[in-house]
Design a protein around this ligand. Structure first.
Ligand code: HSE
Length: 368
């Protein structure tokens, strides 16, 4: 049976990956082998009805015995191990959640509902590195790839509202700790306190040096942070830079489509949202656009542009923990008939991270 080595399965993305593999009964198709960077030799969790000792994730020989390796361990691990393993002659597939190899020429960014043809061609031509995309980019494309498929997109400007999980597990905890610190100000205990007292106490608590900000570097609860990742050229952040390069690489379009915007961290737990301004290549009727988005893949939930449905379906609270990608607020803008505005949301740990990796294993095995 095909062996699939899994590294980084204890982390946030890795845990979601194993959860999804269990839920979909994927282990009937391959033998999972769990690796650890720190606890090799100790018993792993029960998988497929068996408990096996963890293998050493730094042992190139043990890794080399796997038909495929799935890594959710992070970019530093990938940088240390991937090159050395390939140099040692490893010919199996390397499927990775980290960004380090994404833009390498011989790597494909995987998002099969969107670029299955690119993936199939790559497999046929012997490509062996398959890398999950940036969560924001993957979620945007899950929502609107039909517009690209129809050749309707001239450019995109995105304003993102990204959840704490994208920054890591410790950041999610810090967000909740910040919420708790805010909720515990004295004026919050009474519904009859003067509203300006409540506001002053909250602002003062958020600016207090004791307010927990060691992970984010600033208050996120009750506020936002308009900077994600490090700065790159021309005033962009790296998260903003990824929007253009990864979108174009995933789609493999004949003409480059400019994508830019502002990436902002907000106080959601694990679902990223984004408002998109799309310059269309022509004045496509709204009904055609709506129908293309609705029918684009089984996970898109087209939300009519009305208040009740928007509140019910188009938010992190509504879709976190699910594979549903709601797309709504779709309308032509006052800027002109070629300008489209819409809003989309998606769980950044599922379609944004774990799900494309899980599906890639099945695609490589011919099971999807
Ligand atoms: N870079 C993303 C974020 C998460 O910070 O939200 C991973 O794609």
């Amino acid at each position: 049976m095909t062996t699939v080595g899994i590294v980084g399965w204890r982390g946030m993305v890795g845990s979601v990956l194993l959860e999804r593999m269990r839920a979909e009964n994927d282990f009937q198709h391959f033998e999972p082998v769990l690796f650890s960077t720190s606890q090799a030799g100790t018993p792993g969790p029960e998988l497929n009805g068996k408990t096996e000792p963890l293998r050493d994730a730094n042992d190139l020989k043990a890794l080399g015995e796997m038909d495929m390796i799935v890594s959710c361990q992070g970019g530093d691990y990938t940088k240390e191990v991937h090159g050395a393993l390939r140099k040692a002659g490893y010919k199996g597939l390397w499927i990775d959640a980290a960004s380090s190899l994404r833009m390498e020429e011989n790597a494909v960014i995987i998002l099969d509902p969107v670029n299955r043809k690119v993936i199939d061609r790559a497999l046929e031509s012997g490509v062996r590195d398959f890398i999950g995309g940036n969560c924001t980019v993957s979620l945007m494309l899950m929502g609107i790839h039909s517009l690209f498929d129809n050749g309707w997109v001239e450019w995109i400007s995105a304003s993102t509202y990204q959840a704490a999980s994208g920054a890591g597990a410790k950041n999610m905890r810090e967000l909740v700790a910040q919420m708790g610190a805010i909720a515990s100000v004295p004026a919050a205990r009474s519904a009859s306190s003067a509203i300006l007292d409540l506001d002053r106490e909250v602002a003062s608590r958020m600016r207090n040096p004791e307010f927990p900000t060691s992970e984010f570097g600033a208050p996120l609860a009750g506020s936002l942070i308009p900077w994600i990742d490090r700065g790159v050229d021309a005033g962009q952040t790296r998260e903003e830079w990824k929007g253009h390069v990864e979108t174009n690489k995933i789609l493999g379009l004949p003409r480059e489509v400019p994508v830019d915007g502002v990436c902002v961290r907000i106080g959601a737990m694990r679902s990223h949202s984004q408002a998109l301004t799309i310059k269309l290549t022509r004045d496509v009727p709204l009904a055609e656009i709506e129908s293309a988005i609705s029918g684009s893949n089984p996970w898109v939930d087209f939300v009519p542009n009305d208040k009740a449905e928007t509140l019910r379906r188009l938010s992190p609270a509504a879709c976190s923990g699910t594979l549903t990608v709601p797309v709504g607020r779709v309308r032509k803008m006052k800027l002109g008939p070629e300008y489209l505005s819409l809003f989309t949301v998606g769980d950044q740990l599922l379609w944004g991270a774990a799900e494309p990796l899980r599906r890639m294993v099945l695609i490589a095995l011919g099971k999807l």
